[in-house]
Each structure stands twice: as C-alpha cells, then as structure tokens.
Design a protein around this ligand. Structure first.
Ligand code: AVJ
Length: 322
C-alpha cells in the first residue's frame, strides 16, 4: 500500500486541545478523537467482541449479507474512500462484491498510522483491489481522493461503524453537508448508524462487566500521562455512563474520586478536580432510520436504500448525491 502522509496531530495540537478541554469553565472535557491511540484502538477491537456491545457485529453482518445489493446500483468505475478505516475487516465484504465486477481502487483515510497498517494487513492482498492510504483527517483525505479522480470515475464513500454518532446532531448534519460538497452528483455515501434501543441494553453496551470500556475510557488519561508528561492518578477516576434522553445519546465520563490535582507538564498547566467532578470524554448518538433519510435530504443527498439489522438495531443507509 502506498501511504500519503502529512504531519499528523503533533504533541502541540494534543497539548492545546487537552489544555482547552480541561481548562473549560463548567463541564471539563477531552475530545473523543484522542481515544484511539494504539492502545485505545486495540481496546476498541476488544469492545467489539463483547457480548454486550452488538454494534460492530451488526454493522458487519449487514455488510456481509447485503454488500451485493449495496454496490449493485452504483456506476463504475468506482473509487471507494473510507473515512476511518479501523481494522478494515468489514470493508472486505464491500470490496469483494465490487472486485467481482471490476478493478477497484480503495482509499482508506485514517489519522491513526496503526489502524492504516492493520488495514493494509487485512486487505492488502486482495485480487483486483489497489490501495492508497491517506494518513489525514477525514475531509482533507476525501478532498485529496476527489481531486485525484479521473474522468468518469465515481466515488463511493464509506462511513461505517456509527462514527457519525460521535458528532452531536447539528455537527453530524454539517459534516454530511461537507462530504456532499466534495462529491459529484451520483456519487454514494454508505453511512452506518447505531439506532435507538432500550436503555438497559444501551447502558450495558457502554459499561461492560469486564471493564474493557472503562479501560478504553481511562486510557485517554493514560495517554495524556504518556504523551504530555502528566501525572493523573488513574486509580482516582471512575468510568461513568449516562443516557441523555433529550439528546438521545450515550455520554461517557471520567469521575474524580476526591479532590485532586494533576500536572500536565508538556502543556504547561495544572488541573484541579473537585470530589465527584467529571470529565466528558465521548458522546454516542442514537438514530431513528427516518431521521437519517431526512438528514440526507437536507444535505444534498437522497436516501436510496436502508438495511436494518434484526438482532441489534443498526442501519446502513445508502445516500446518493443529488
Ligand atoms: C466507535 C464511536 C462507534 O460510540 O459506540 C465504544 C466508540 N465508545 N464504546 C461508539 C465506543 C465506547 C463507538 N464508536
């Protein structure tokens, strides 16, 4: 695989974001994108194996079962660009369905070099598929892929795994609009989104009894310790999950046991947490199928088809640029 790199999140960007998030008046927060360093990505792979966390399996099941239908109506030649390649495992189903009809160019766009390497390992040896990886933020990478397309080539963008759920609703819509502006009419966006489900299932999915999700959450502070020479005492934080019914999202927090301070040396500041104070680390929004189609309609797409999983409410939606 050829990898097109640009300088990635530097320690300085990370330091600035950590400083801004922990220095906020009121609710402290850390951006969820920093959950996925090498350790965080490995922990997420384990989360997706947990019986309580059905999301990744539902996503993959739909792709495995319906890949042919999903790509069947798309014009060729086709370039597939994936926002956040993850391990690349579920993408195989789409690429196999395409490779049966044509040579396919696959462009994973991913800020984590570890995930890109994993993706290359998983998909690098497929017949009829050539891979060019982009180590960049999603929209920068997509712009680069679109700029390199040849006359007559169509684009299929994959945004799987309900990563869209990390955006709040207005930001998700804004993001779809930005993707649309990079696409040409007739190009496709296959969007995977986790759906609303009963609260006990949701809470169990994000607060598993093995504590893997807790470790995934705590790793964010561990990463700040490793990369920014901070001294957070991880044993003095607890993983906490809440369902926000109004926003229809899971919220993940780290709650401080007791009053404490930590120094973040490379960011040049000290943070104080009061007993019981929380740091907000992630939101995971849950959708209704018709809501996705409506959002598509407002952002210059139409929803061509949807596939829903029967076991774990999850939707794949094929959006076509108008
Ligand atoms: C990868 C963003 C889809 O929101 O369910 C899993 C991340 N966080 N457990 C999700 C996650 C806690 C996951 N996404």
């Amino acid at each position: 695989m050829l990898i097109k790199k640009i300088a990635q999140y530097s320690a300085a960007d990370f330091a600035a974001d950590v400083r801004a998030g922990l220095g906020k008046p009121g609710q402290k927060e850390l951006p969820s994108k920093y959950l996925y360093d090498e350790i965080g990505s490995a922990l997420f792979e384990v989360i997706s194996l947990l019986p309580e966390y059905g999301l990744t399996r539902a996503d993959e099941r739909l792709l495995q079962r319906y890949a042919e239908d999903m790509v069947g109506g798309l014009a060729s030649p086709l370039v597939v660009a994936e926002l956040g390649s993850g391990s690349g495992k579920k993408t195989r189903w789409i690429l196999e369905a395409l490779a049966r009809r044509q040579r396919t160019m696959y462009c994973p766009i991913e800020i984590s070099p570890a995930a890109l390497a994993q993706c290359e390992k998983e998909l690098g040896r497929m017949d009829c598929v050539s891979i060019v990886g982009y180590e960049r933020p999603y929209l920068d990478g997509l712009l680069a892929v679109a700029a390199g397309r040849k006359l007559g080539e169509h684009l299929l963008v994959l945004f799987l795994g309900s990563t869209i759920g990390n955006f709040d609703r207005p930001a998700a819509e804004e993001f779809l609009g930005e993707v649309r502006r990079i696409l040409a009419p007739g190009d496709g966006l296959l969007l995977g989104a986790d759906l609303e489900k009963p609260m006990p299932e949701l809470l169990a999915a994000y607060d598993d009894p093995l504590g893997v999700t807790a470790a995934f959450n705590l790793n964010l502070l561990a990463r700040v310790n490793r990369e920014l020479e901070a001294n957070f005492n991880l044993s003095r934080f607890r993983h906490e999950i809440r369902y926000n019914a109004e926003e229809r999202r899971i919220e993940m927090y780290l709650r401080s046991f007791g009053d404490q301070t930590a120094e973040v040396r490379k960011a040049g500041f000290t943070v104080r947490l009061a007993e019981g104070e929380t740091i907000w680390t992630e939101s995971s929004h849950k959708y209704r199928p018709e809501e996705i189609a409506q959002m598509a309609g407002r952002t210059g797409f139409h929803c061509e088809a949807q596939w829903l999983d029967a076991e774990w409410p999850f939707a794949q939606s094929l959006l076509i640029a108008e």
